[in-house]
Design a binder for this molecule. Sequence first.
Ligand code: DAH
Length: 350
Amino acid sequence: MSLLNDIEPLKETALAELKSAPDLAALEQTKGAWLGANGKFTALMKQLGTLSKEEKPAAGKFINAAKVELEAALAERRAELELKAALPKEPTDFTLPGRRRALGKLHPLTQVTEDIVRAFRKLGFAVADGPEIEDEYHCFDALNTPADHPARDTQDTFYLNVLGASRSESHAAGETPAACSLLLRTHTSSVQIRVMKSQPPPVRIIVPGRVYRRDNADATHNPTFQQIEGLYVDKGVTVGDLKGTVEFVFKELLGSDVKIRFRPHYFSYTEPSFEIDFSSALVKKMGKDWLEIAGCGMVHPQVFENVGYDPEVWTGWAFGFGIERIAMIRYGINDIRLFYENDVRFLKQF
Ligand code: DAH
C-alpha cells in the first residue's frame, strides 16, 4: 500500500527540517510547510479517505503516531530557539571589571552640622527645630527686640506679603490681638522662644537650621546661610558653663589646639553678651590671629518673662554660630558662595 510506504520517509524529512530550523521564524515556516492546512503531512492525512475500510484504522494510527512525533520535535526545537533568542547576542565576558556606580556625598555644610550636633549630643543636648517662615513675634519681639529697636536694622530680611498668626496667639493671654507680619527668619534664635513656650525648664537644646538676611552675596555674605543655636536653661547656670561648653565643642570640631576668647558685645536677648573669637593653627594659616565665630550670652530676664519662666529661679545661656564660617575655616574655603553653587567639582572634594 503506497500511502503507508510514503509516511516513514516523509516523516524523516520533516523531522530533519524541524530539527535544523536555524531560528524561530524558520521553524514556523517549516511547521506550516508540513503541518499547516496545506502542509505536506496534512495532505497525507487527507488521503486517508481514499483508503478502503480495512486499511483505514492501521494507516490512521500510523499517521497519528507520526504526527505526535513531529509535534514533539517542533516543541523541542522551539524551546531551544527561544532560549537562544533570550541570550545576549554578544558572548558575555565574565572577566571584565564591573561598572562602579558613582556614590554621592553629604554636602560639606551637612557634614559640619552633623559633627557639631554629635559633639553637643555628647553633652546631653537634644536637637530642636522650628519654621523658616517665622512671625515677627518669635523672631524679634519675644527676643526683647521691639519694632523700633536699632538691632532690627542689622537683621533686615524678606517679608511675606501675607498676615500671619495674630499676636494674641503667640503672646500671653490677655494681650490685644493685632496682625503680625510673616518673614524669613534672620536667625535660629526664634526657636528658643518656641521651645521655651512649649516646655517647662530645664532646657538643653541645639537648633541647626537655615536663616535669611537681606544681604548682597559676596565672598563672606549670602542671603541664605546656616546657623546652630544653643540654649541651656537650669538653676545656677554660669558664663563659665558657657565657655567650657563652647571650648569643648570647638576642640572636637577643629582640633585640640583651638583657643577661645570672649569679647563683650550687645544682643538684646542676652545680658551680659559676648562675641566668641577663636584661634588655631588653621586660623593662623589664613593669616589671622583671631576669627569671630559666634554670638552668645546669658539669657535676658525679659526673655524669660516673655516665655513665662521665672527669672528669679532660672538662669541660662544661649549662643548662635554660623556654620559656613566654621566650614570655611575647617576646609580652607575663601568664598561662601561656593557652598550654594552646586558645582560637583567643588562638592566632591569633601
Ligand atoms: N542670633 C544672633 C545672630 O544671628 C546670634 C546669637 C547671639 C544667638 C547671641 C544667641 C545669642 O542665642 O545669645 O547674629
